[in-house]
Ligand binder design. Structure first.
Ligand SMILES: [Fe+2]
Length: 498
């Protein structure tokens, strides 16, 4: 085992009673390299030798004292990665060296105000759909063309990092002026990356495809009626699914520069289904019940239908979270899945008739779904959702869904122990869809430690088969990904070891 402190980023953040600058969301500033093998004191159980690849998780880890009120989605992007090969594991953690990160390191303070403050409080123009926020590149990660692509939910420039060393290569060259949203999708079967962006100017949304050679192949407008706030997209083998949902900035207030999100329950949800390389005139529009969906799960084609699974929020505009500390009631309400009530839902779009039918798949409040990426865009059987901690943007457990039988299986990590988004890592030479592991970073606020866990996806209730204690507890975060070593050129074991 080796544990090396690579460096410590300069912070000016003061301790406070802010609920998302403490507990499992307490930021950290050290960047580490560590290597683990079976028998090490930090390895509990056995690192299996039948997975090969890398788990990458990003998150919002605030560095400087904020300008005004802090929202956890303002935090600076901090990536944690654990690679596995031949029964060994290698951990690295690095802040994303965004332009905003560098400018604020030089200034020694925050230069941009966050989501909860008016734009004029930022000291210089920013990025994204709101135009005055810092592009923290903190929301999501995917691995495409052998590199991590780090993204920001308000549409940022996209940053590239090596998935094993986390060495950084700045912004991605093909990203359009309107940026890219979080939740780009990689189709493992073709190596293509699909993305979208949104903005305050017509046509308000674009969609694009990047080839396995990391060259932009396709970029078309998706004309909407006004500025919208889509967060995620979905795809099938032949189609891409974009959304225009009735939750967006109040148009009247927006004219006065105020970004006030409003849900319009009298307006339908709209879905744009476009062939992967389709033009705007090829879009088929479908209507559905009004809702907001933060994350889709998977989609596929079956006969005349396109079937889409996602998490239907029953209460997209919760009033307030009464258990919150004074002054944080509204912010915490929008972060509390128990109040938003997302439930696993299925939409069926009939390409022949233009009709939509809908069905609730589960009544439990769950979100942040994962599944075997070999089945992305294809019919699948197994999905894995996160179980939220009531009141918090934290995950207390995971539930595995057998979508064929309707049977669920679950694991909960215990009081004060919170998982990250937990992707599926297939076993080498996997025999079937759920032959592999769920991978997660679990933060334990009781012991002030974090660990990487591997859970047998065929028996998640049995608990982790392996726990690797990280050099220090890490801040909770948002999204993650898994990539197979074979698909992205995993380095040889001696590189992993050194
Ligand atoms: Fe997201």
């Amino acid at each position: 085992m080796t544990v090396e402190l690579v460096g410590t980023v300069r912070s000016t953040l003061k301790q406070s009673d802010h609920p998302y600058i403490g507990g499992a969301w307490q930021p950290t500033y050290n960047e580490w390299n560590a290597i683990f093998a079976n028998g090490d004191e930090r390895v509990i159980g056995t690192i299996p030798d039948d997975i090969d690849g890398v788990y990458v998780r990003t998150g919002e880890n605030q560095i400087h004292e904020p300008i005004g009120r802090y929202h956890p989605f303002d935090g600076d992007g901090f990536i944690h990665a654990m690679s596995f090969k031949d029964g060994r594991a290698s951990y690295r953690s690095r802040f994303v060296r965004t332009k905003g990160f560098q400018a604020e390191q030089e200034a020694g303070r925050s230069l941009w105000a966050g989501l909860m403050e008016p734009p004029h409080k930022s000291t210089r123009p920013g990025w994204g759909a709101q135009e005055w926020l810092k592009d923290s590149s903190s929301t999501d990660v995917c691995i495409h063309a052998g590199q991590i692509l780090s993204s920001f939910y308000q549409c940022g420039e996209g940053y590239r990092l090596d998935p094993f060393t986390l060495e950084q290569d700045g912004t991605e060259g093909w990203v359009p002026l309107d940026g890219i949203s979080a939740h780009c999708k990689v189709d493992e079967s073709t190596g293509e990356l699909l993305f979208f962006n949104y903005s305050k100017h017509a046509p308000y949304m674009h969609y694009g495809v990047v080839g396995p050679d990391n060259k932009l192949k396709h970029y078309v407008p998706i004309p909407l009626k006004g500025p919208r706030l889509p967060h995620d997209m979905a795809f099938t083998k032949n189609y891409t699914i974009l959304n225009d949902l009735p939750l967006y900035w109040d148009p009247g207030l927006l004219e006065n520069g105020l970004h006030a999100v409003q849900f319009y329950p009298d307006q339908k949800s709209r879905f744009a289904i476009i062939p992967r390389y389709g033009q705007p005139e090829d879009i088929l529009w479908f209507e559905a019940e009004p809702c907001y969906v933060l994350h889709w799960l998977n989609a596929w084609e079956e006969g005349d239908e396109i079937i889409l699974d996602g998490y239907f929020q029953e209460e997209p505009m919760p009033k307030s979270y009464e258990g919150a500390p004074k002054g944080f009631e509204r912010m915490m309400a929008y972060l509390d899945q128990q109040l938003l009530k997302p439930k696993l839902h299925r939409w069926r779009f009939n390409l022949k008739t233009g009709e939509t039918t809908e069905e609730r798949l589960r009544d439990e409040i769950i979100e942040f779904g994962m599944f075997n990426q070999k089945y992305a865009g294809r019919k699948y059987r197994y999905a894995y959702s996160a179980i939220p901690e009531p009141g918090w943007f934290l995950f207390r457990g995971l539930v595995k869904h057998d979508l064929d039988t309707g049977i669920d299986e679950r694991i909960e990590f215990g009081p004060g122990r919170y998982a990250s988004e937990s992707p599926f890592a297939p076993r080498i030479n996997a025999k079937d869809e759920d032959d592999g592991y769920l991978v997660s970073f679990v933060a334990d606020v009781n012991t002030d430690q974090s660990e990487c866990v591997l859970i047998d996806a065929k028996n998640i209730a049995a608990g982790p088969v392996c726990r690797i204690i990280l050099p220090e507890r890490i801040c909770s975060g948002t999204h993650s990904t898994w990539a197979n070593g074979d698909d992205i050129g995993m380095p040889s074991n001696n590189i992993l070891a050194g």
